[in-house]
Every structure is written in C-alpha cells, then in structure tokens.
Design a protein around this ligand. Structure first.
Ligand code: NAD
Length: 312
C-alpha cells in the first residue's frame, strides 16, 4: 500500500513521473491543467505536489492542503508558489535549479540575435509574400564589439556571458553576489550597480529572480542610461520590466527594440502595446526551458528530490 500520494499538476517528463512511480511507497497521480476550483478540491489528498509554473500554489491552496509536506518545482522560478504561506504550513518548497540553465541561456541568446537581425518580422514578411519589402525594411544591428549588460550573473547569466564573449561583445555584469575574483574568472567587468552596468550598454539581458525588490528593475530611468539604439532581452520574468516604460522608450526611438520570452501578465493580451512594433522585436511564449533536454533533466531532478524527501 502507498504511504504517500504525489500529485503532478503540471506536465513533467515521462521519465520524471516514472522515477516517482518506481519509488516504493509512492503513488503518483498526474492531473494537469486542472481548473483552480478542481485543484482545491483534491489537493487535501496529497502528501507532495509537483508543479512547473502554471499551477498557482496560493495561500488558499496551502490552507486546503492539510497533508502536504512538500512542493517540488520542476524548474527554477518559484514565484508561482506562496513561500511564506508554505513556511507557515510547514511545507517545504524545492526547485531544480540546474536542469534548464543551458536551454534558457541558449534561448535568451537566440532572442538577442533574432532581435538584432529582425528574424521574427523578416520571417513573417517572407511568409506573407513580401520578400523584397522585407529585405529593404529589415536592416540589422551587429553585435560584434557591442557592450552587453548582464543583470544577474547566476547560472543562466554566466552562460549567456560566455556565449556573448564568443561573439566579441564587451560584457559588464551586475549581481550583488558577484565577487571581483569570480568576475575575473568569467572575464567580465563587474559593475557596482544596475545603473553602472546599463550606462552606455547596447544590449541588456536580465537573469534575476522576480522579487519585490526586482519588480520593474528595468524602468524609465534605467532605460534612459542605455545607448541610443539599444536592445532589451528578457528571458527571466516579465515583471522585471516596466513594459509601459519600455514601449515609451521604443516609441521615442531611444531603444531600438526588445526580445521577450516573458511578460508582466501571461498570457499577454493579443493587443499588448509592444506587439504593434514592426522592427527589432521577437516574442516567444515563455519557451526558455522548453527543450527536450531541459524538460527531461528537471522532471528527473524534481522526482528524485521528492522521492528522497518523502523517504526521510
Ligand atoms: P540563479 O539563482 O543562478 O541566478 C540569479 C542571480 O540573480 C543570482 O546570482 C543572484 O545573486 C542575482 N540577483 C538577485 N537579485 C539581484 C538584483 N537585484 N540584481 C542583480 N542580480 C540579482 O538563477 P538562474 O538559474 O540563473 O535563473 C535566473 C532566472 O531565470 C530565474 O529566477 C527564473 O525566473 C528565470 N528563468 C526563466 C526561464 C524561462 O523559461 N524563461 C527558465 C529558467 C529560469
């Protein structure tokens, strides 16, 4: 008989589910895409919960989850989980920080290249039969020798920086926990503040968690510090950017464009103001960690963590 019941409420890899199901004493139910009221009804039956970013583990959910001991997040960001409420209810929250690092860094890098060379709008132009017009319209920006500000030099930011160096970009990084010696090792210039990193930057890429203190980290004043014609890349969390300020900076011509995988509100409305921009834009639907490799990695990692936690 199972000692513990685990609910998987967002899709994780089959290998992850199999690793959980194979653990002695664990019964696994996979119910993804449940409406919040259905989720609330059943959460009280489970000892552990596995989520990605879709399931919102709110204070209400945690209050209803009377048996719950652990929430495992297959991925990095835990902003969909009310951690204070989890702590209040004695529920441990775990994430799988390493499994999707490379995929997300590669995606952010793809966004930067795509934005600089207008891949999205040019592709749409070719498909629409406007080959000649698109060829004329979409002159790009070269990245060679450009100054890149990396805000957040953790796992993903560091991998982005390495790739940018291969493109001969000058990398300036801000991270309150980045030491001089680590910056030297990574061959980046350490900035003492976000403003110092952004001052004179041609590209900014954000790789910090979304917290109260990083909300709208990229605002009107900071966008104004960047070089004219700069581009903004965000593959971390939408709330890091004041989207209205970004739109205004692009409209004014100061910022050339943006490449975003994440939005303040997801899914963003179809009439999102940034979607009306014609050049130097690339938008993807929160695909940073969506590779075969990353999903397998994080699915297995979260399964092992939950299994080991319940076994102790
Ligand atoms: P990480 O913890 O390794 O790195 C985050 C870094 O941000 C840390 O080094 C930390 O010191 C730094 N930091 C914290 N506050 C800061 C601030 N105010 N200014 C500058 N730096 C600050 O995390 P990671 O694995 O590199 O992931 C970064 C973020 O990427 C995650 O929090 C997550 O939100 C996001 N992410 C998005 C996707 C996606 O699908 N788009 C996938 C994975 C991760």
């Amino acid at each position: 008989m199972a000692n513990f019941r685990v609910l998987v409420s967002d899709p994780i890899s089959d290998k992850g589910v199999e690793a959980l199901a194979a653990a002695p004493g664990i019964e696994v139910d996979v119910h993804t895409g449940l409406p919040p009221e259905e989720f609330l009804k059943i959460i009280g039956d489970y000892d552990a919960l596995v989520v990605r970013s879709q399931t919102k583990v709110t204070a209400e959910v945690l209050a209803a989850a009377t048996k719950l001991k652990a929430v495992g997040r297959a991925g990095v960001g835990v902003d969909n989980i009310d951690r204070q409420a989890a702590t209040d209810h004695g529920v441990i929250v775990m994430n799988t920080p390493t499994g999707n690092t490379i995929s997300t860094a590669e995606h952010a890098f793809t966004l930067m290249l795509s934005c600089a060379r207008n891949i999205g709008p040019a592709h749409a132009g070719v498909l629409a039969g406007d080959f000649k017009a698109a060829r004329k319209a979409f002159q790009g920006i070269e990245l060679n020798g450009k100054r890149l500000a990396v805000i957040g030099m953790g796992r993903i930011g560091s991998e982005f920086a390495k790739r940018a160096q291969a493109f001969n970009m000058e990398v300036v990084a801000y991270d309150p926990f980045l030491t001089e010696s680590r910056a030297r090792e990574l061959k980046v210039t350490l900035a003492e503040s976000p403003d110092a990193a952004l001052n004179g930057a041609d590209v900014v890429t954000l790789h910090v968690p979304l917290t109260e203190s990083t909300q709208h980290l990229l605002n009107e004043q900071r966008l104004a510090l960047m070089n004219p014609g700069a581009i903004v890349v965000n593959c971390a969390r939408g709330g890091l950017i004041d989207e209205a300020a970004l739109k205004a900076a692009i409209d004014s011509g100061h910022i050339a464009g943006c490449a975003l995988d994440v939005f303040e509100v997801e899914p963003p409305p179809a009439d999102h103001p940034l979607f009306s921009l014609g050049k130097h834009v690339t938008f993807t639907p929160h695909l940073g960690a969506s590779t075969n490799e990353a999903q397998e990695n994080v699915g297995i990692e979260v399964a092992i963590q939950i299994r080991d936690f319940l076994a102790t």
